[in-house]
Design a protein. Structure first.
Length: 205
């Protein structure tokens, strides 16, 4: 399936920038509420504890601002935002998330191509939309927080995008192998499972 199908069709769907704004508004309170004492806790992403995942997500939020503007991104090293000062990373995340929303809200941000692989900009926008959505869940689950349900518009866009990008993402090690879900699983549980996450991680189920 073409990963861009339905993603950038004018008039048919919400702009990816609008959806990024929705996802960012859901993620910011989660990051604000992370206790310092939980920074070393494991997360549903096996390669990351809470501190590492916050650093990763902040790097994504910063670098995808560049991609929105059709500039080069730099993922060569992950800065230690959490180590920059006590609590400052929470305000930094909120500020950078706001700048991300503004960048993807600019006219033409989701048009053309961007990034080293010259991918469709709308698909690149869906990548940061996915990170904001699933990493907010990762961090909430790792720190005992409750999250509001994912907006249905975000879920629809991500379900389609993940179906298209999953084979390559698994080959590159970005996604794990899909995880089995129980009968009657929600759309968000199926989305998490498609990225290789256990949607029941830490729930006792």
């Amino acid at each position: 399936m073409d990963a861009t199908r339905g993603v950038d069709a004018a008039g048919d769907a919400d702009k990816v920038g609008d959806l990024i704004a929705v996802a960012a508004a859901r993620a910011v309170p989660v990051v604000h509420a992370i206790p310092d004492g939980r920074l070393g806790a494991p997360t549903p992403c096996a390669d990351y504890d809470v501190r590492a995942l916050v650093n990763h997500l902040l790097q994504v939020v910063v670098q995808f601002q560049e991609l929105a503007a059709k500039r080069d991104s730099d993922f060569s090293a992950v800065p230690d935002y959490v180590g920059e000062g006590s609590g400052e990373w929470r305000a930094r995340f909120e500020g950078e998330a706001g700048r991300l929303v503004a960048a993807w809200g600019e006219p033409g941000a989701d048009e053309g191509t961007t990034g080293a692989m010259d991918m469709p900009a709308a698909t690149v926008g869906c990548m940061v939309l996915l990170d904001l959505t699933v990493h907010a869940w990762d961090l909430a689950r790792a720190t005992g927080q409750e999250l509001p349900a994912v907006d249905e518009r975000v879920l629809r866009r991500l379900a389609e995008a993940v179906e298209g990008m999953a084979p390559m993402a698994r080959k590159m090690g970005v996604f794990g192998e899909p995880v089995a879900v129980r009968e009657g699983a929600s759309g968000f549980e199926r989305l998490l499972a498609a990225t290789g996450r256990d949607p029941y991680w830490g729930s006792g189920e």
